[in-house]
Design a protein around this ligand. Structure first.
Ligand SMILES: [Fe+2]
Length: 710
């Protein structure tokens, strides 16, 4: 779509009434923009000539307590967002939004009006249209009294034929009741100091934007060495164990409102457009489709899934669809009731009508393009996810967070295992455990419809880099418990590797087969969820199977939520013989993440480190078959990651900060732990991607294949 013509005199408008003095096909253009805005449930900020603002505006951040945000930019438009709730002495229903090419608003290029109401929890979404590609803009909202929001900054995407490198950040997992958003402060600090052409174009948020489960400080004042903050209380909520979980729309809205009061998160949303997708916690910790799981029991929760979707829609400015709904600014919640899922399609999608209505109330999988170099393909990994198999029969509590790889694969593949010949039983120690999933479909998180869409996107992409925004990532995390010394007690009953990461082997394999068969190269996954930094290559199999890398994957550490190393540090007793596989206790009292070494090199390396304290000797005991796919693992790291995608190379940078126990008052958000860079050059069909690592600053403890210690 072309840019709006100049010469428009004060074409002030809102979503129903547009200015008439446009010079280029005003009616069709108006209809097109209006339809685009309506399809995503947004009002329209329509282009105007570009004079100085005529609005009386006094900044009153207190009246816009969640700040401003923008999202999902294209070359000519971006969605703008704010929330203006009523206060006892200042009510308003009408807002004006202005978009300017300068922060002083002397050159306003788009303007629109909308109303806010309780129906959307006083939030509003505007499509600012008719903008120029790869441009920096400023925007603000003003109420009927002239009281204005803070000024936000946003950026449009480069045009499809623009060859410039694209730089963006990816983040996940901010838990504001357990830690601080220092990572966002550092991201802002560093970006402000970069040359304009090297600045971030957007922030990809891969989910756990909120944690719907919350502890209350008076009931649980600490977790590990963290202080639980008394940030908010759910107005209704339900207590399960010592956690409180939302049960109503107001509960989910309350959570977003509280999270967005974080000053560093709010500043980040005001500085860059965000591209958001949910992970699990936007709905329910162990949820799948519209069902929740607590204490191993599944609860129908169609009503809560709709509440979660509605709150997400209201608080995230994203180009997402409410299928089969008329054009509405407000979310259109389907009427659903909670009902168990009893019949499923052949990928495990529950066909119960309320389930389908709830999960289809919002489709968040989508693709966005930045110039010639980046196609960003974002999937919803939870709404269509099959019921996770119960693997309790294979759990050995001493081998924390791990299950036998063969059992995971057999359960995961279901009736498709071994080309349709699944075993009747699975050997576990001295027992043969019945294969409960012998007749079940293989595990899927994509579902049929989304998988078809993803395959089409990958096949048709013309961008240099096909980047899959995948909330939880796919890199295998395992270690060779089978190689523990013979006398180790307890004994590992799993036979082969212990796996800590997930599943979906066949589905992931289908995508990798597609890459190979369709000769699709330059494919990268960026992910979050694991609360740890990972870099590696994507192969359908690991030793003893064939290792054939066809893509690369990078996972970012959490903004603040605790990771596995922290959990191990505080929960595995020093007397536990297996602690050495997770935590390396130095004589001086330091603790190092031995769990990194177990993942990269295997148990013998970690045990040698415990015995000798010598990293070089530990590395000499490495088992190269454990992780030929991994270049970097830090299960203790927090922070964010950036991507720089150019015509010849993809570069990612992990920016790791110390555990964010408290908010830093420093302008840079506190010290840096390390900065680790991975580069991969474009590759051709038949070639393997090759990651090159560079530690630019600091020391990632035990996180690389080489000798890198304190
Ligand atoms: Fe998380």
């Amino acid at each position: 779509m072309e840019r709006a013509a100049s010469g428009v005199e004060r074409a002030e408008s809102n979503s129903d009434t547009f200015g008439e003095s446009l010079t280029m096909n005003p009616i069709s253009r108006r209809r097109f923009l209006s339809a685009t805005a309506a399809a995503i449930g947004a009002g329209l900020a329509y282009p105007r000539a570009g004079g100085a603002s005529t609005i009386e505006w006094t900044e009153r951040r207190d009246l816009y307590p969640q700040g401003v945000a923008s999202g999902d930019p294209t070359p000519d438009s971006v969605i703008l967002w704010t929330r203006r709730p009523p206060t006892p002495d200042s009510r308003t229903r009408r807002l004006v939004v202005e978009v300017a090419s300068d922060p002083g608003f002397t050159h306003v290029v788009a303007q629109g009006r909308t109303s806010v109401s309780a129906e959307t929890d006083w939030t509003c979404r505007f499509l600012a249209a008719g903008l120029s590609p790869a441009h920096e803009y400023w925007y603000r909202f003003t109420d009927e009294h002239g009281f204005g929001s803070r000024i936000g900054r946003t950026l449009t995407a480069p045009a499809a034929n623009d060859d410039r490198p694209v730089r963006f950040a990816f983040v996940s997992c901010q838990s504001v009741t357990e830690g601080a958003c220092n990572a966002f402060r550092r991201m802002i600090f560093e970006d402000e100091r970069r040359p304009p052409e090297e600045r971030l174009s957007f922030v990809l948020h891969l989910g756990d934007f909120i944690y719907e489960v919350v502890w209350y400080a008076d009931e649980k004042p600490t977790r590990y060495a963290r202080r639980i903050r008394d940030v908010y209380r759910l107005p209704e909520g339900e207590k399960i164990g010592d956690l409180h979980v939302p049960v109503s729309l107001e509960d989910y809205r309350t959570t977003y409102r509280a999270y967005l009061k974080d000053p560093d998160l709010q500043d980040a949303r005001a500085r860059w457009p965000f591209v958001c997708v949910w992970d699990n916690h936007e709905f329910s910790w162990q949820g799948w489709q519209s069902q929740q799981v607590f204490d191993g029991k599944t609860r129908p929760a169609q009503t809560k899934k709709v509440f979660a979707n509605q709150a997400w829609f209201e608080y995230q400015p994203a180009r997402v669809r409410m299928p089969n709904k008329p054009s509405l600014d407000a979310f259109a919640p389907p009427r659903v009731k909670d009902a168990p899922l009893e019949t499923f399609d052949d990928l495990g999608l529950g066909l119960e009508p309320n389930n389908l209505a709830a999960i289809n109330s919002l489709k968040v999988y989508r693709a966005l393009r930045w110039g010639r170099n980046v196609d960003l393909i974002i999937t919803d990994n939870h709404s269509y996810r099959a019921e996770p198999p119960n693997m309790d029969a294979f759990a050995q509590k001493e081998f924390r967070w791990a299950l036998p790889q063969d059992a995971i694969e057999i359960y995961d593949n279901g009736r498709a295992h071994d080309n349709g010949r699944p075993p009747d039983t699975i050997r576990f120690g001295e027992r043969d455990i019945p294969n409960d999933r012998k007749l079940s479909p293989p595990q899927s998180f994509l579902g049929h419809e989304q998988k078809r869409w993803l395959v089409d996107r990958l096949k048709s992409s013309t961008a240099t880099w096909k980047i899959w925004g995948h909330s939880f990532g796919t890199l295998e995390w395992r270690t060779d418990f089978q190689n523990l010394p013979a006398g180790t007690r307890p004994k590992w009953r799993g036979g082969t590797y212990g796996m800590f990461s997930g599943a979906f082997f066949l589905e992931r394999g289908e995508i990798l087969d597609l890459l190979r068969d369709q000769r699709i190269t330059n494919f990268a996954i960026v992910a979050g969820d694991r609360h740890s930094f990972w870099a590696g290559t994507l192969s359908k199999g690991l030793p003893p199977q064939k290792f054939e890398p066809l893509g690369v994957e990078f996972i970012t550490g959490s903004i603040s939520a605790p990771g596995i190393f922290e959990a191990a540090e505080y929960t595995i007793p020093r007397t536990d013989p297996l602690r050495a596989l997770y935590v390396h206790d130095r004589p001086n009292g330091e603790v190092w993440p031995a769990v990194n070494m177990s993942a990269l090199h295997g148990v013998r390396a970690a045990l040698t480190l415990a015995e000798t304290g010598d990293v070089a000797r530990a590395l000499a005991a490495s088992n190269p078959d454990v992780a030929p796919h991994l270049s970097f693992v830090d299960l203790g790291g927090h922070g964010y990651a950036t991507v720089r995608a150019s015509a010849g190379e993809l570069e990612t940078e992990f920016v790791c900060i110390p555990r964010p126990l408290e908010r830093s008052e420093r302008p840079d958000g506190g010290p840096l732990a390390y900065r680790a860079v991975h580069r991969v050059k474009t590759w051709r069909p038949g070639e393997r991607p090759h990651l090159v690592q560079q530690i630019v600053e600091g020391t990632p403890l035990l996180a690389t294949k080489g000798d890198r210690r304190g």
